[in-house]
Write a protein that binds this ligand. Structure first.
Ligand code: EPU
Length: 403
């Protein structure tokens, strides 16, 4: 989808089923490289990154059968230990094949991801951790070339919290010789979902969800069936869209227990929220109140929800301060929101938003995934038509209207 035309000024109401989490699905698909048996995955979201990851695994030799209810991944024969530049440049999560390939096959060649729309995003912590586990790593012609006869356990303390860094090293450690301890590890629910899948495959992991993860290496993993967890960012995005447009929405197949910081902020903005089992309902009857946001690693407020809250703040009552502490360049949506009439000033990693009475539709350009979502939300709040151009393929923002 290259363009999305949105007629603003309507309330978003209805019911929507939440998909499997993109950021859990991608590492879990890479975990299929860790065994010669079949890994069956259900609740994979239908989106471009998942298709790209399937293509990447297939070009290595992994056989993928989508005809069955839970997609089957079979990495019995992997003859290309390579993640080429063309794929890594469109999907940075491709770095997640590094740990699994190296630990099972003793070698991996993965293109270095370049810069990206939200920041420089280096992978030095992934590399440092693998070296501590005995890997030899050379950067050659833009590729990370890693080799190791067999990785060994190590005590690794992350300089800063990295989600995919934690996931890559956890996958490397499950087949390493001995015990690996990851300190200052990411506590994101997606790390926990990956650990659950690895444990179902026979891995020995304790502490996932805390900042200290201990992995005892085993000689081999086996197949498993795993259902990917619901997407907390997709959930939060729909809730903000309903709150920003004064709507009423119900999410099904969602998890409120991993959305605390987002639900708290929505309540602060004036939304009424009800949680029953896997259903989250939100109703907004008044203009949202401005809410301050400061992004930080889980369980604090997620950077992946910052742009959506920024969009809601543009029409809120009062002024808000939004501080981005994870990525140095994640304010690309601000200039686009300003084109719709939003009043936002940026100073370093801080944005000050003065809520205004209305936004006016215009053509805006999408950059990263979450910026795209924020512009869709802004388009729904604006008067007239907003065209979101160069929209990255992302979550399906269709809500089925209940009668
Ligand atoms: N960092 C380093 N060196 C490293 C790794 C990270 O300096 O080796 C820095 C990054 O530059 C950043 C900070 O550490 O400033 C945190 O980055 P992290 O490694 O945690 O991010 P990531 O693993 O690359 C994942 C998600 C992102 C999400 C971030 C933060 C996946 C596939 N991606 O990225 O999701 O924003 O964690 O929660 O899990 C998205 O879904 O739109 C998205 C960007």
């Amino acid at each position: 989808m290259q363009k999305l035309a949105i007629q603003g000024g309507y309330r978003l109401s209805g019911e929507v089923k939440i998909s499997g989490a993109k950021n859990a699905a991608l590492p879990i698909m890479c975990a299929s490289l860790l065994t010669a048996d079949e890994l069956h995955l259900s609740n994979l979201p239908d989106m471009q990154d998942v298709s790209t990851m399937m293509k990447l695994l297939e070009q290595m030799g992994v056989r993928i059968d989508k005809s069955v209810q839970a997609t089957a991944f079979n990495a019995a024969v992997v003859d290309k230990l390579l993640a080429p530049y063309d794929m890594v440049k469109t999907m940075r999560a491709a770095i997640l094949v590094l740990g699994p390939l190296l630990t099972r096959f003793g070698e991996a060649r993965v293109s270095l991801p370049g810069g990206c729309a939200i920041g420089s995003r280096p992978v030095d912590l992934h590399i440092k951790g693998l070296i501590a586990m005995g890997a030899e790593i050379h950067i050659e012609h833009g590729y990370i070339h890693a080799t190791a006869k067999r990785l060994h356990g190590a005590h690794i303390c992350f300089d800063l919290i990295s989600v995919t860094g934690t996931e890559n090293l956890m996958m490397a450690a499950v087949l390493a010789d001995g015990v690996t301890v990851l300190e200052n590890a990411a506590r994101e629910p997606e790390v926990v979902d990956l650990a659950s899948c690895l444990i179902e495959m026979g891995a020995k992991i304790e502490g996932a969800g805390s900042d200290k993860i201990t992995i005892v290496g085993v000689s081999k993993l086996h197949g498993a069936n795993h259902a990917v967890m619901p997407d907390r960012i997709e959930s939060g995005t729909f809730l903000v869209a309903a709150a920003a447009t004064g709507g009423h929405i119900t999410l099904t197949h969602a998890r409120a227990d991993i959305l605390d910081s987002v639900l708290d902020k929505l309540r602060e903005a004036g939304a009424k929220i009800d949680v029953t089992g896997d259903r989250i309902s939100l109703e907004m009857t008044a203009r949202p109140r401005a809410v301050n946001v400061r992004t930080a690693p889980y369980p604090a407020f997620p950077t992946d929800m910052q742009a959506q809250f920024m969009a809601m703040n543009t029409i809120a009552e009062g002024s808000a301060i939004v501080v981005e502490t994870i990525f140095e360049n994640r304010f690309m949506h601000v200039q686009e929101l300003q084109r719709l009439g939003a009043q936002i000033e940026i100073e370093g990693n801080t944005a000050v938003i003065q809520g205004c009475d209305r936004l006016d539709g215009a053509t805006v350009m999408a950059t990263d995934l979450r910026a795209s979502a924020s512009l869709v939300i802004a388009g729904m709040m604006a008067q007239g038509e907003t065209v979101v151009d160069r929209l990255l393929p992302f979550i399906d923002l269709t809500v089925s209207n209940t009668p």
